[in-house]
Design a protein around this ligand. Structure first.
Ligand code: GLY
Length: 428
């Protein structure tokens, strides 16, 4: 089989690593890939989706996996589908579940999916009036379109809310993506990620996980693309999962059918679980989470390509997902200054034992790296995910941080408290 993986982050390296375990794998094309992916497949730079289709046709690619949301929102699935090349993901319209918060909130309201009460605004003055009349703070303001994880503001008082609104709607910080905003109630609780494989009619749950979005320990400082994750999330008990299934997944299926959404891929539920164990949808994403994929995929024993084929062929019902009982924890190594300004081109030291570590269940999934000669150099803010499997979360934590102590590059930074909520829960 020949496979194309689109993307260049830790999620895509992990995907390529998992796909490479398929016994009939012949070749993986990584578009554009990264330093770590160059050790698994051939990295190719292509400049448009139509170039990707032509390349896939010329090389006889059998299946395409897409990592990030951008290409999905632009309709890459529609293009490959038209060319008759199997690809996973939602089509352009179904991608609006992630690409438009307005679409997603209206969908949730229409099908009774629990989510925070909200209002939609297209004009600054109307939104500002609403905020001035409001007594309940904090309040959440969300940019409608894709904003690279930076479009959600939690605002503690009216001044903060008006500043944010002006940044978005008057100064146009997010351009067209910020033309409309959603203003919604703040829901308190603990966040968790639950992803589903979905073939348009049937679904199966992937293992739960929890992300760490803030740059600083104890969840302080600005939001990032993710500083680490772990799986499973003990917060998602069987009882909570049952509620997610009844209150969120079933109405989602009804909505997807009624709205005729073409969807064969992964659905990501970004959830808030309140103190009573009730789940609320914060966001839908239409792909694997990053860094959640890096802790979920290592726990899955089933073949990922076979899962992809079952999704594409619409026979997920006959697929049995096997998951190991271990915990997986991942720590993201970033460049000093991230998520603000940072330098690149730093040599990464200490990678020589990576094959030995892999045999111990410790995986290095690269993000912003490139390989020059025999060495790896940083090319981005998020550089590498150090992921470890363990018989407990504590063991996974110890293994990941032991390996990190051998790795270095100038300006390396990482959080030392990944998994703190679950570890605290376990020690009670
Ligand atoms: N970890 C959040 C996301 O993938 O959007």
């Amino acid at each position: 089989m020949k496979i194309m993986v689109i993307g260049s982050g830790g999620r895509e390296h992990c995907l390529a690593w998992k796909i490479a375990q398929n016994p009939s794998m012949e070749k993986i094309f990584c578009v554009p890939g990264n330093g770590g992916m160059s050790e698994i497949g051939e990295c190719v730079t292509l400049h448009s989706h139509s170039e990707m289709v032509t390349f896939a046709q010329e090389k006889g690619v059998d299946f395409v996996f897409v990592g990030p949301e951008g290409p999905l929102a632009m309709g890459i699935v529609d293009l490959f589908k038209e060319a008759g090349i199997p690809i996973l993901g939602p089509d352009r319209k179904a991608s609006l579940l992630e690409a438009s918060k307005v679409f997603a909130k209206r969908f949730m309201a229409c099908y009774g999916i629990p989510t925070a009460p909200f209002r939609i605004f297209e004009r600054y003055e109307e939104a500002a009036d609403f905020l001035r009349r409001r007594e309940d703070y904090p309040v959440v303001v969300k940019v409608d379109g894709l904003a690279g994880g930076k479009g959600v503001y939690i605002l503690n008082d009216l001044d903060e809310a008006l500043d944010a609104l002006s940044e978005i709607m008057v100064h146009g910080k997010f351009g067209e993506a910020g033309r409309r905003v959603v203003v919604e109630d703040f829901v308190s609780g603990e966040e968790a990620t639950v992803m589903l494989a979905f073939d348009g009619k049937d679904y199966l749950f992937l293992p739960s996980s929890q992300d760490h979005k803030r740059v600083g320990e104890s969840d302080v400082g600005p939001n990032t693309g993710g500083m680490g994750a772990y799986s499973p999330a003990p917060l998602v008990t069987p009882q909570v999962e049952d509620r997610i299934e009844r209150k969120i997944v079933h109405p989602f299926l009804e909505g997807a059918m009624k709205e005729e959404l073409w969807y064969r891929g992964i659905l990501y539920l970004g959830l808030m679980i309140d103190e009573y164990g009730e789940p609320y949808v914060l966001e839908f994403n239409v792909r694997l989470g990053d860094p959640e994929a890096q802790v979920v995929l290592p726990r899955i024993q089933s073949d990922w390509v076979e899962l992809g084929l079952a999704l594409w062929n619409g026979n997920l019902r006959d697929f049995r997902l096997q998951v190991n009982n271990q915990s997986c924890l991942s720590v993201v190594l970033v460049s000093q200054g991230y998520p603000g300004h940072y330098e690149t081109g730093k040599k990464i030291e200490g990678l020589e034992k990576r094959t030995e570590w892999e045999r111990e269940g410790i995986f290095l999934f690269h993000a912003g790296t490139e390989k020059r000669g025999d060495h790896f150099y940083t090319t981005g803010g998020r550089v590498m995910n150090v992921c470890a499997l363990g018989n407990s979360l504590e063991e996974a934590y110890d293994k990941a941080y032991r390996v990190i102590s051998h790795l270095s590059f100038e300006g390396i930074y990482y959080r030392k408290d990944i998994g703190f909520r679950a570890l605290r829960r376990n020690s009670r």
